[in-house]
Design a protein around this ligand. Structure first.
Ligand code: SF4
Length: 728
């Protein structure tokens, strides 16, 4: 049933995990001065919402221009084709549902049962979309083959928190930026990827220059490191050794918190044994760092009243991502820097609702309420709440993102459903992904964009109502939930994802379980299922959030608005069997694909300030395209000279998997031996530059997050090689 649209809306920004509050102003009446698209569609205006407690009116250029993206390049009706060689033809929703039901039932009749069906979802979902998808796949169909692009983004943080602290759930809040004395930023270009948070830290630094020190660990000099007191430009893949070296020095210097260690932790002995071998000399040589810098950071950490660490993809997208997260949390445990103002290990999520996805069970090993599919008690609780018979939920984790591609390759998937994401740009080893998809019998893509790279590999395209056209909630990095109303009419025949999943559930015969009349009912059911869990938000409802504004969890039933806990673990107790946080002790492994004679450089990929992920929206904004007109290969002057590359000319970048072309930017910002490309440009962009096609898929064995941050490459002038037409 369509939900009400309204004017003067307040919502959460649909781009990054900072989750800033936006105020959305309806288009002004047509006539002179009205802002309209080329086709005459009036444009909404977005500005920072001063009442949102997470961002206090601040907004970055992406959020400020989101109004310009709402109607451009939209998919307006279901489209179908029998093979990838054919043109799409319009079909009705009725025909689309009939096709889905027929193909799902046919697949379930095979020996694989529901294991031949998988969905790849997104941190762009509202929590309600995530939740109904879990109920459809894990409950009704009995397959855990639901994974999300969060697997590429923060699954190492999820696994790291759970292993060290007993549960997922970032323990910090944004206020900690106003209280920390040492901000330790590792593997995060916060200035460009989480700009509003970074500006908050800088504001504090400007006002109190002597009371806060910023340390940045990154192989590349970025806008973030420019503002740092100390930049540790370590060699790629050496961060765990660096953390162990800091642990070594903190222990050796006696800069620990014995009372906290005694009362609140376990496993210190094994950890101390391990880091004893990571002497400053060894770490400095391993990381390619002056020893004095390591000692300086250890002294800062040991001498600071409060230490806040921030990280994002540079840590998570590693084949030892979970171990690095554990290595960082170890330092907080060693020094008791957790659960109090200005202190703690704080993972910054990439997507606007990756956190909501975690809460709703949106990865292949999870169930709603931070539950695990492998836990019989958890399965029984969810089956009872969902009114499915005992044993309906499978006990084994389903296929993760990359395992879904491998299953397609092996002919083990009959139907792959992609929703609200563009894996044909964001997955690693894209040529292998494309070859796999050419073999998949039915690829379904639910999208609001008509022409994403993934649409090119679809048989069935379903028009999805985006954030602005459906009501739901999103949770940002500080555990704060914002109600996001449907503030503009739906475009064409677009429908919210949760509504499509529920309709399909009913058509598959699960009428009672999917009898929702609104997303508010979906949320109410989900919220009740979190009661008593770490992420207890059972006291929240759409009504309360709309009336009282965004709220942080935990928010148990009966909580007063504004009473959500700002920090977790404030009593020094953790949700582990012993109540203690755990040290983890793992030897550094380094990169999965180190440089060699044939591929002598390490390519690292990242983001530009003005673009969001695969540019399906920001690519439509002239101002943002002007800001970043093309992808640039950053290379150090010594490497440029060594490989014959000149500023402004084109280079070919080749890995074991593929080759791409980009214009050269010679810069001392990057370490010798490392090069950088942005990841935004896919094959449908001008100019095309599929950076992730170069990257390998080897993943962290615990989190299954691929090492998207580093691959070995060779570079050469492109002049002698044939160029794509877009470079002509
Ligand atoms: S910082 Fe992130 S959430 Fe805030 S306006 Fe920018 S993109 Fe949106």
């Amino acid at each position: 049933m369509p939900e009400t649209t309204r004017a003067n809306a307040r919502s959460q920004c649909p781009y990054c995990g900072v989750g800033c509050g936006l105020e959305l102003l309806p288009p002004s009446p047509s006539g002179p001065g009205a802002r309209c698209d080329a086709d005459g569609t009036p444009i909404w205006t977005a500005r920072g919402d001063r009442h949102h407690p997470s961002s206090l009116g601040q907004v970055c250029i992406k959020g400020a221009t989101v109004g310009e993206t709402l109607s451009r390049g939209r998919l307006r009706q279901p489209l179908h084709r029998s093979s990838l060689q054919e043109e799409f033809r319009p079909i009705s929703w009725e025909t689309a549902f009939a096709l889905l039901v027929e193909r799902i039932n046919a697949s379930r009749q095979t020996r694989r049962g529901s294991g031949g069906i998988a969905m790849y979802g997104s941190g762009q979902f509202h929590t309600e979309d995530y939740y109904v998808a879990q109920k459809l796949f894990k409950g009704a169909l009995g397959t855990n083959n639901f994974d999300a692009n969060s697997r590429l983004c923060m699954s190492s943080a999820v696994a790291g928190y759970a292993r060290s602290l007993g549960s997922d759930g970032p323990p910090c809040c944004y206020d900690d930026l106003d209280h920390c004395h040492l901000a330790f930023l590792i593997g995060t270009n916060t200035a460009e990827c989480h700009p509003v948070l970074f500006q908050r830290l800088l504001k504090r630094k400007r006002r109190h220059p002597d009371s806060v020190t910023i340390v940045v660990v990154d192989p590349r000099a970025t806008d973030t490191s420019k503002a740092a007191d100390l930049h540790l430009a370590i060699a790629p893949g050496t961060d765990l050794a660096l953390l162990h070296g800091l642990g070594h020095l903190l222990l050796r210097n006696g800069d620990t918190d014995p009372a906290f260690l005694d009362a609140s932790t376990e496993g210190l002995e094994a950890y101390a044994d391990l880091v004893a071998a990571w002497t400053p000399e060894r770490v400095a040589s391993f990381c390619g760092l002056p020893e004095a810098q390591l000692r300086a950071v250890a002294a800062l950490w040991g001498g600071s009243a409060s230490v806040l660490s921030l990280w994002s993809m540079g840590v998570n997208q590693r084949r030892e991502g979970t171990a690095v997260v554990g290595g960082l949390i170890n330092l907080h445990l060693l020094t008791g820097q957790i659960g109090r103002p200005g202190a703690g290990p704080f993972s910054l999520t990439g997507q606007p609702n990756a956190m909501g996805g975690r809460e709703a069970g949106g990865l292949s090993h999870l169930l709603p309420g931070y539950r695990q599919v492998s836990d019989g008690g958890h399965r029984a609780e969810v089956e009872a709440a969902w009114r499915f018979p005992p044993g309906s939920i499978a006990p084994e984790p389903g296929l993760t993102a990359w395992q879904q591609i491998e299953a397609i390759e092996a002919g083990d998937l009959d139907l792959w459903w992609v929703a609200a994401t563009n894996p044909l740009v964001s997955l690693p080893n894209l040529e292998r992904v494309k070859r796999a998809l050419e073999r998949c019998p039915l690829v379904v893509v639910s999208e609001s964009a008509a022409d994403s790279e993934s649409c090119h590999y679809a048989h069935l395209l379903l028009p999805a109502a985006p954030w602005s056209e459906k009501a739901g909630v999103m949770t940002n990095s500080e555990r704060r939930i914002t109600y996001c109303p449907a503030y503009r009419p739906r475009t064409g025949e677009s429908r919210p994802d949760w509504e499509v999943f529920a309709e399909l559930g009913r058509r598959l015969g699960f009428v009672e379980q999917f009898r929702y009349r609104s997303s508010a009912e979906v949320f109410a059911e989900f919220a009740a299922l979190t009661a008593g869990r770490v992420c207890d938000l059972s006291g929240l409802s759409h009504d309360l959030l709309e009336r009282e504004g965004p709220q942080q969890w935990p928010f148990p039933l009966g909580s007063a608005p504004g009473s959500g806990s700002r920090r977790l673990h404030t009593e020094g107790r953790f949700p582990t069997p012993s109540g203690r946080a755990r040290f983890v002790a793992e030897q550094p492994l380094g990169l999965a694909e180190p440089p060699c004679a044939a591929y002598p450089l390490v390519l690292t990929v990242g983001r530009y300030l003005g673009h969001w992920h695969t540019m399906t929206r920001t690519g439509h904004v002239e101002r943002l395209r002007t800001l970043h007109p093309e992808p640039l290969l950053e290379i150090h002057p010594r490497d440029a000279e060594r490989f014959g590359l000149r500023e402004g000319e084109l280079a070919t970048i080749r890995s074991r998997r593929h080759a791409v072309t980009a214009r050269v930017e010679v810069s001392e910002r990057i370490r010798v031996g490392t090069v950088f490309l942005p990841m935004h440009w896919g094959f449908r962009q001008e100019p095309a530059c599929e950076a992730n096609a170069l990257m390998h898929e080897q993943a962290c064995p615990i989190s299954q997050q691929p090492e998207l941050k580093a691959s070995a490459v060779a570079v050469a002038p492109a002049a002698a090689e044939p160029q794509p037409s877009s470079w002509a």
